[in-house]
Ligand binder design. Structure first.
Ligand code: EPU
Length: 440
C-alpha cells in the first residue's frame, strides 16, 4: 500500500465490519491550532495529532517561514516555535500552490508578526465553488491591503484594528480568519453571523489559553477584545467527529458493529439523533461510542445539511450511501455547498437509485433554491449494490464509495484512494482491523 493519491484498492463486499477503531485529533481542527502558534513567539505544544496531509503541509509552511516544528517520536504530539519568523521565499510559496485551504488562515498571524503575508493559491476538495470573499472583506475592514499577484495573494498592514463584521453566511473558515486576526488587533471586533462549530469553540479555548479575550454571545455573535501579546500554549486536539461518523455509517450500512474509541457524544448530538432515527444503534461510554445496525432493517429519513448545530455537510456522503440500504424513500437537502452531489453518479452505477433535483426538497428553502444547482437528492432503497470500478472525486465522497464497495456484491476497484488518506489517518489499517476484505 502506498500513499499516492492515484493508488487504487480492490474491495470484496458483503462482509459486515466488526471491531475497534481509534480516532485522534480532528482534521479540521489541528491545522488551525497550528496556525494559532504563529500568534506568539513563545513555544507551543499540541497533542493528539493525526498523521494527515494538512498537518504535514502546515508544518512545512511554518518551516518555510522560519519556524520550527518538532514531532514526538510516536508522531502523536508536536512542538512549534516561531521565534525567528521571516517572509516566505518565492520558490517556497510555489511549493504550496493548490495544496490545501489552510494557508489562507496564515493572513492574520503573519500580518501581526511581519506586517505582510503571501498566501499561495488555495487547494482543498473539489466540491463546487469555494470563494474567500468573506475572509478578504473582513481583513480589509480591519486594515489590510490585499492584492492578487499571479495566483497568489499578497497582503500588508501597518496596523489591524477591531471593527464590526457581519458574515454573509456562517462560514467556518471566515470565522477562524476573524478570530486569528482580531485577537491581536487594536480594539474590539464584533463578529456576527459567525460559525460556532465545535472546532471553532475549541480554537477559541486555545486562544483563551494564549491570553485572548473572546466571548461567544447569543445569536452567533462573537466578541473579541484585542490584546497586545499572546503566549505559548499546551493543547490537546479534539477528536475527529467526521471520521467517527464515517465509520458509524460503515457499521450501519454493512450490518456490522464498530467501537470508535475517543468518539465524543457532545460533538455528534445531531448525527446520533439521525443515526437512531434510521435504525442505527449506539452505546456511549467514557472511552468512545459503539455503533451498529439495530434489528436488521434501516429506515428512510429526510435530512437537511446545515451549519452547526445542524447536520454537517461532511456527514452527508457516508450517510447517503447508508440510506441506499434503508427501506423506503429518503431525502437529503444539501444547503452548505451547492455542488456536493456529483459523486452519486458512481453510486448509481453500482445499483443505487439516487435522483438529484434543483429544488429545495424536504421543507425549507435555502440560498441555492432559485438557482441552477442540483442540491437535493431523493434516495430510493433498499437497493442491492454490485461491485464496480470507481474513481474518488473528493475526500468524503471517497469514503462513501468505500462503504458502497463494502456493501456491494462482488469486487470493486476504487481509484484515487490517496485522497481518503488526506483526512482519515491509517485508513487502510483501520479497514483491515474491522475485517474488510481489501487488496491493493
Ligand atoms: N463561503 C463563501 N465565502 C467565503 C467563505 C465561504 O461564500 O468567503 C461559502 C462557501 O462557498 C460554502 C459555505 O460558505 O458554501 C461554507 O463554507 P465554509 O467557509 O464554512 O467552509 P470551509 O471553512 O472552507 C470547512 C471544512 C470543510 C467543511 C466546511 C463546513 C476545513 C479545512 N474545511 O471548510 O470540510 O465542509 O467547513 O463545515 O475545516 C471536509 O472536511 O471534507 C471539508 C470539506
Amino acid at each position: 500500500m502506498t500513499t499516492d493519491s492515484n493508488q487504487s484498492i480492490k474491495i470484496k463486499g458483503g462482509k459486515p465490519l466488526k471491531g475497534e477503531i481509534t480516532i485522534r485529533g480532528a482534521k479540521n481542527s489541528i491545522p488551525k491550532n497550528m496556525v494559532a502558534a504563529l500568534l506568539t513567539d513563545e513555544p507551543c505544544q499540541l497533542s493528539n495529532i493525526s498523521n494527515i496531509e494538512d498537518v504535514r503541509i502546515v508544518s512545512e509552511m511554518v518551516e518555510a517561514l522560519g519556524g520550527e516544528v518538532k514531532f514526538s517520536d510516536n508522531k502523536e504530539s508536536l512542538k512549534i516555535s516561531t521565534q525567528n519568523l521571516h517572509e516566505i521565499q518565492k520558490e517556497n510559496v510555489d511549493k504550496f500552490i493548490g495544496k490545501s485551504r489552510i494557508p489562507v488562515l496564515f493572513c492574520g498571524p503573519l500580518l501581526h508578526r511581519l506586517g505582510k503575508a503571501v498566501i499561495p493559491q488555495l487547494g482543498g476538495c473539489n466540491i463546487g465553488p469555494r470563494p474567500i470573499n468573506f475572509h478578504l472583506d473582513a481583513l480589509k475592514k480591519m486594515g489590510a491591503q490585499v492584492r492578487e499577484e499571479g495566483c497568489n495573494l499578497h497582503l500588508s498592514a501597518k496596523k489591524l484594528t477591531g471593527c464590526k463584521i457581519n458574515l454573509g453566511y456562517p462560514s467556518v473558515g471566515a470565522t477562524e480568519q476573524v478570530l486569528l486576526t482580531a485577537v491581536l488587533a487594536e480594539g474590539v471586533t464584533e463578529l456576527s453571523n459567525a460559525a460556532i462549530e465545535p472546532e471553532i469553540l475549541d480554537l477559541i479555548c486555545l486562544l483563551q489559553k494564549m491570553g485572548a479575550i473572546i466571548s461567544v454571545d447569543t445569536d452567533r455573535v462573537i466578541t473579541i477584545n484585542g490584546v497586545k501579546k499572546l503566549h505559548g500554549f499546551e493543547h490537546t486536539a479534539i477528536p475527529d467527529r467526521l471520521e467517527a461518523a464515517s465509520w458509524a455509517c460503515a457499521a450501519a450500512a454493512t450490518g456490522g458493529k464498530i467501537f470508535i474509541k475517543n468518539a465524543q457524544q457532545i460533538d455528534m448530538l445531531t448525527f446520533l439523533n439521525k443515526f437512531r432515527q434510521i435504525g442505527g444503534g449506539f452505546e456511549i461510554s467514557d472511552e468512545g461510542i459503539t455503533f451498529w445496525r439495530e434489528n436488521g432493517h434501516l429506515l428512510p429519513i429526510a435530512i437537511e445539511t446545515d451549519v452547526h448545530p445542524g447536520f454537517m455537510t461532511d456527514w452527508q456522503q457516508p450517510f447517503t450511501i447508508t440510506l441506499t440500504q434503508a427501506h423506503g424513500v429518503s431525502i437529503i437537502h444539501e444547503t452548505v455547498y451547492e455542488e456536493r452531489f456529483g459523486y452519486v453518479n458512481a453510486l448509481n452505477q453500482m445499483g443505487a437509485q439516487i435522483q438529484l433535483y434543483k429544488d429545495c426538497l424536504g421543507g425549507k428553502v435555502c440560498r441555492f433554491g432559485q438557482k441552477n444547482h442540483l442540491h437535493s437528492a431523493v434516495i430510493a432503497g433498499a437497493t442491492p449494490l454490485k461491485g464496480a470500478r470507481v474513481t474518488i472525486p473528493d475526500l468524503r465522497a471517497g469514503f462513501s464509495y468505500v462503504i458502497a464497495a463494502l456493501v456491494a456484491e462482488g469486487e470493486s476497484t476504487i481509484e484515487n484512494i490517496g485522497i481518503i488518506k488526506r483526512g482519515y489517518e491509517n485508513f487502510m489499517e483501520k479497514l483491515v482491523a474491522v475485517g474488510a476484505d481489501i487488496e491493493n
